[in-house]
Design a protein around this ligand. Structure first.
Ligand SMILES: Cc1cc2nc3c(=O)[nH]c(=O)nc-3n(C[C@H](O)[C@H](O)[C@H](O)COP(=O)(O)OP(=O)(O)OC[C@H]3O[C@@H](n4cnc5c(N)ncnc54)[C@H](O)[C@@H]3O)c2cc1C
Length: 488
């Protein structure tokens, strides 16, 4: 059978792109290397608590927000039940002795930052104004725009966040706080992240941060139901092992690891673009493109520790807590993020907590991870990192001592194994002022790139990338005008 489109990868981007195309009558297949769909979204249970690997909260779930409109357009609106976080402080940021609670609403974020950094009042005002302006000029962050605005990139300031804040005269600690906060949510430090990427992602969190009642499962279940209704075929458990291209540099199909061939008219790859080096046939793209793919710089990985806690401090029930590096600290302590307990404890007496720790360089080689049996060095490293994470957590919340049981933990290798993303990188390719952005269109006719590494990271970035890439195949104007109708 020949498919109109084959989508490689079943993360949020692949699921979204496939459903947009199928809804418009295309015959679509999704290929996922794992035996189950969406490994970053699918939660698992350990002990009495739920563990979410790659989704905890997001902006865009509010009425009229990017995700809420996209899910309504995909006829999934009723299945997705966002749960608001603490409106007075959904993220608590601690840096040294300073603590700043980030409330819902850009005006309120401005007030909170001005109160914390009175000497930088003007800079804070200029920062929020610019975040607002960029959002209002960006499709999906604003639904008032015309499809022609997709190619209007003038507001996409390529200047870094740090340099933009320097221009406003922001004090050092404000720069540090915003830089590290953003770094955890998109993986790029303040001196490298283009200001517009910071503005789009952080602006959407500032507008409204929410989680889902059943975590990532809620998204996956809703997608699988709709994809099934639309007749999308899922091939799980065998990776794409090769991309087939004819002499005219036109896509003809994809080959699976088990030897099966899926013929197609177009193909969307949502996997880490660096992996394509081994999948593209020789001569299909220019050598310069291949060396660009080989040299891509990635965001850092995280080490995740899942805990069962008898008694979670009240503030962690509906808010996340970030312990930042202090700029004057003598040792380089990685950022620690404690994800709110709410949805992880769903249906359970115990409370679940997920603690994420930046994990820039894994001291243990990938080979020691193995596939079935882990080497003892790997097991020791994992136990040590887990214990270290728990100690760091107890420094912040000593009252939890004696009330914690480790349910599980995941190293960067675990993430790499499930997603294929090199080094288990949290957000894929770095969106950086030092790295040229990859384009969704490639020199192979009918072959497109999409996902966190192409447009924007996160659940919202992936979903928007999925819609836009599918729309490039079936008509941007038509799709945009349809999507916009679901904004109310
Ligand atoms: C620890 C952690 C916490 C996070 N927390 C949040 C959060 O709270 N909120 C938020 O918005 N974002 C969060 N993110 C980021 C978010 O999960 C990602 O940005 C997003 O899920 C990426 O989606 P994607 O579809 O672009 O890529 P992926 O989900 O990586 O999808 C790519 C898919 O391709 C598959 N694949 C790879 N190679 C092949 C092959 N050869 N053949 C077939 N299939 C293949 C992979 O298995 C994978 O399923 C977090 C990420 C991590 C790691």
């Amino acid at each position: 059978m020949k498919y109109d489109t084959v989508v490689i990868g079943s993360g949020i981007t692949g699921l979204t792109a496939a459903l947009v195309l199928a809804q418009r009558g295309q015959r679509v297949a999704i290929v996922e290397k794992n035996r189950f769909a969406a490994p970053l979204l699918r939660r698992f249970r350990r002990g009495g608590v739920w563990c979410d690997p790659g989704f905890h909260y997001s902006g865009g779930f509010e009425p009229g927000g990017a995700l809420s409109v996209i899910f309504r357009y995909l006829r999934m609106g009723d299945s997705i039940r966002p749960v608001p976080m603490n409106a007075d402080g959904f993220d608590i940021l601690r840096m040294g002795d300073m603590e700043v609670s980030i409330p819902v609403g850009l005006d309120r974020v401005e007030d909170a930052l001005r109160a914390a950094f009175p000497q930088s009042e003007k800079a804070v005002r200029g920062y929020i104004e610019k975040v607002n302006a960029i959002m209002s000029l960006t499709p999906f962050l604003s639904f008032d725009l015309d499809y022609r605005d997709f190619s209007n990139n003038q507001h996409m300031i390529d200047e870094s966040l740090d340099s933009f804040l320097d221009g406003l005269g922001a004090e050092k600690n404000l720069k540090e706080l915003l830089g590290q906060y953003g770094q955890f949510l998109y993986g790029v430090p303040g001196n490298e992240v283009p200001f517009y990427i910071h503005a789009l992602i952080m602006g959407s969190f500032y507008r409204s941060s929410q989680t889902l009642a059943n975590g990532g499962d809620e998204l996956v279940d809703a997608f699988l139901h709709r994809l099934d209704q639309e007749g999308v075929v899922m091939f799980c458990g065998s990776p794409v092992a090769g991309i087939e291209v004819d002499n005219n540099r036109t896509i003809t199909g994809v080959k699976l690891g088990n030897g099966e061939m899926l013929e197609c008219g177009s193909c969307i790859s949502t996997i880490h673009p660096g992996l394509l080096v081994d999948l593209l046939p020789g001569g299909a793209v220019r050598p310069a493109f291949l060396s660009r793919l080989r040299g891509l710089e990635n965001t850092e990985a995280a080490f995740a520790t899942y805990l069962e806690v008898d008694d979670v401090p009240a503030r962690l029930n509906d808010a996340n807590f970030y312990r930042m590096r202090h700029p004057e600290a003598l040792t380089h302590n990685s950022i620690l993020a404690i994800m709110m307990a709410g949805s992880m404890s769903h249906g359970s007496r115990k409370k679940g907590l997920c603690v994420l720790k930046e994990s820039p360089n894994s001291p243990i080689s990938k080979e020691l991870y193995g596939t079935s049996r882990r080497a003892s060095e790997y097991v020791e490293y994992k136990e040590m990192e887990t214990a270290n994470t728990v100690e760091r957590l107890l420094e912040c919340y000593p009252e939890m001592r004696g009330k914690i049981r480790v349910a599980d933990s995941a190293t960067p290798h675990t993430y790499e194994r499930y997603t294929g993303t090199p080094g288990g990188s949290m957000y894929g390719v770095k969106h950086s002022v030092n790295q040229i952005k990859l384009n969704s269109m490639t020199s192979i006719r009918g072959f497109y790139l999409a996902g966190q590494s192409i447009l924007m990271p996160g659940i919202m970035g992936g979903a928007v990338s999925g819609v836009v890439t599918a729309a490039n195949i079936i008509g941007l104007e038509t799709v945009w005008n349809e999507v916009k109708q679901w904004r109310q």
